[in-house]
Design a protein around this ligand. Structure first.
Ligand code: AMP
Length: 214
């Protein structure tokens, strides 16, 4: 069984890589960002509270994420293996993950750290749109849809995330440096960290990652 963590700054390409890897290896894609956006879309009081963190580029409190991730990892479709995209993002979350995995008698197989510099992150995220229906990501300049605003695959509407504005991207990056970057050393110490170049795009990342998943 394979359990993967994708580690990297916002815009490093975690979600795009996840969408290719998960069908190929039969993994469940767990994006805590997507799960949180679903709660926000429900319009509940909790959703409003979560949205206030997301729009400021801050992290949602660990306790809330812990509850969410526990439920997902215990679900039946997580039993074949998971790809965690955007979790863990803090040392306490990583400790929590180790604990949950050991309770489930499994462990993290590989942690791929996707290295990308800030200028590329900004240009990627300000140009990012994705399909509201199937989630396919586009880059308005490098990978534009054939018809503006419409998904090539399913005809769904393309939307831009509210937190993909330059000011918020910079706050998210600061949060990443402070809270998430320490996880690189954390996983280096466990011997499970593999660094890949996230700047070249998803096909190159796939070539770098596949040999470690045999
Ligand atoms: P993402 O889609 O991964 O870029 O996440 C969007 C936003 O959701 C982040 O900027 C955080 O506010 C929040 N978020 C996602 N994952 C986590 C997490 N593991 N811990 C705390 N906040 C998170």
């Amino acid at each position: 069984m394979i359990n993967i963590v994708l580690l990297g700054a916002p815009g490093s390409g975690k979600g795009t890589l996840a969408k290719k890897l998960c069908p190929e290896y039969g993994l469940k894609h767990v994006s805590t960002g997507d799960l949180l956006r679903d709660v926000v879309a429900s319009g509940s009081t909790l959703g409003q509270e979560i949205n206030s963190y997301i729009t400021k580029g801050e992290l949602v409190p660990d306790a809330l994420i812990g509850q969410m991730i526990k439920e997902v990892l215990n679900s039946a479709d997580a039993k074949k293996g998971v790809l965690l995209d955007g979790f863990p993002r803090t040392i306490p979350q990583a400790d929590m993950l180790t604990q949950i995995m050991s309770e489930l008698h499994t462990k993290i197989t590989k942690v791929f750290y996707m290295r990308v510099e800030l200028p590329l992150i900004i240009s990627r995220l300000v140009n990012r749109v994705s399909c509201k229906t199937c989630g396919r990501p586009y880059h308005l300049i490098n990978v534009p849809p054939k018809k503006a605003g419409i998904c090539d695959d399913c005809g769904g509407t393309l939307i831009q995330r509210e937190d993909d504005k330059e000011d918020t991207i910079r706050s998210r990056y600061e949060t990443y440096l402070k809270k998430t970057q320490p996880l690189i050393d954390y996983y280096k110490k466990t011997g499970s960290l593999i660094e890949i170049d996230g700047a070249e795009g998803v096909d190159k990342c796939l070539l770098e990652v596949r040999p470690f998943l045999k």
